[in-house]
Design a protein around this ligand. Structure first.
Ligand SMILES: *Cc1c(COP(=O)(O)O)cnc(C)c1O
Length: 371
């Protein structure tokens, strides 16, 4: 079996975890949490980092700290994991969607401006799969219209736009440490910002909005999204390896590209934009239009050969949960719809070996040639 993801835990993870057990520091009060926050903030060039339970929680915190609430519109991509849209909807805000660019699979920055109305409060950027969004363009639009920028950089550990790290753009950025990210701690997330007031709000939202002076008296509702010392111990060890993780991810991407180039019926992923080269968070593919096999057929055939896959994201405007709330009715975003219909990704985790990559590529070529 070649699973869709295998993490790589060959650094200080074990030693740091042992330290948690030996010292008895397993809760969120332990010293690894502060250390991880400090190192992480430094790595992305931010003043403040707030560790939390997962990347979806990080988005809840970011949206709350940005003050998004009823009546506020937030421009965001339709092609994304549900987390950012869920955070906005739960906060009472309204996601306003834009389609993808077929060149980068990211939100098409050229479509943002026509979605801005007097009710627009923020642009929520989500970097997708390996290439970041063109942040220069986004920041320029945000400045012109006086909008907050929130950056979901969950898939962009170690990625840059020109020479600026992903996670350093806009008011608040968020990360996830789910096991398929370049830095994992099992489950975990991070909110980063340069604004001291926002950082303090985020710390409050992470911790039930307890107050310093009157602890059990609450002015606002928060969450228990605290990160444990054990998660932070693993996260810190992973962060120490970030550079080599990015190098390995790029090697995995390059090897797949070489092996799969020219395969009939397969569209390879975008590998670079003018401002960045892909870090291949996952290695995604499309089945060419008009091919007799659907992406579901190909994923099933790979599954029969014990090779794990995942379909691409399902666009927000087609989500039953949002349609039932009356959102996005009769909206259509053709590029996102095509990606979602034809796209899937193959095993791309850091634990993948070269021979496994070759096995996946060979299997895929055989399957595509079988019709
Ligand atoms: C993984 C991911 C998340 C969610 O992170 P979790 O830690 O799984 O909650 C959010 N946004 C994007 C873009 C992601 O890839």
């Amino acid at each position: 079996m070649i699973p869709v993801n295998t993490p790589l835990l060959d650094g200080n993870e074990k030693a740091y975890l042992a330290e948690c057990i030996e010292t008895g520091w397993i809760s969120s009060e332990g010293p690894f949490v502060k250390r991880f926050e400090g190192e992480f903030a430094h790595a992305v060039g931010r003043q403040h980092a707030i560790a939390c339970a997962n990347g979806s929680g990080a988005l809840d915190i970011a949206v709350a700290a940005a003050g998004i609430g009823p009546g506020d519109e937030v421009v965001m991509p339709t092609f994304t994991i549900i987390s950012p849209a869920a955070s906005v909807v739960r906060a009472g805000g309204t996601p306003v969607l834009v389609d993808c660019s077929s060149e980068t699979w990211n939100m098409d920055v050229a479509q943002i401006e026509r979605r801005i109305t007097p009710a627009t409060k923020a642009i929520l950027v989500v970097h997708i799969y390996g290439l970041p969004v063109d942040m220069t363009g986004v920041l320029e639009i945000a400045r012109r219209h006086n909008l907050v920028v929130i950056e979901d950089a969950a898939e962009m550990h170690g990625q840059y736009v020109h020479d600026r790290p992903c996670g350093s753009f806009g008011l608040i950025s968020t990360f996830s440490f789910y096991p398929n990210k370049h830095v994992t701690c099992g489950e975990g997330g991070m909110v980063v910002t340069d604004d001291e007031v926002i950082a303090e709000k985020c710390r409050g939202y992470r911790n039930l909005c307890f107050q310093a002076k009157r602890r059990f008296v609450h002015e606002e509702l928060g969450w228990n999204y605290r990160m444990t010392n054990m998660q932070a111990a693993v996260g810190l060890a992973q962060l120490e390896k970030l550079e080599s993780h990015v190098i390995r991810k790029r090697q995995i991407g390059e090897r797949y590209l070489n092996r799969l180039e020219g395969t009939p019926g397969i569209v390879l992923p975008p590998t670079e934009a003018e401002y960045a080269k892909s870090i291949f968070w996952v290695f995604g593919l499309l089945v060419e239009e008009g091919h007799p096999l659907s992406s579901g057929d190909v994923m099933k055939a790979l599954g029969e050969r014990k090779i794990g896959t995942r379909p691409f994201f399902y666009p927000m405007h087609q989500q039953p949960v949002f349609q039932k709330q009356g959102l996005f009715l009769n909206e259509s975003y053709p590029v996102a719809e095509t990606l979602s219909e034809r796209g899937f990704y193959v095993p791309s985790g850091l634990g993948l070996t070269d021979s496994q990559i070759d096995e996946v590529a060979d299997a895929l070529k055989q399957i595509m040639a079988s019709v």
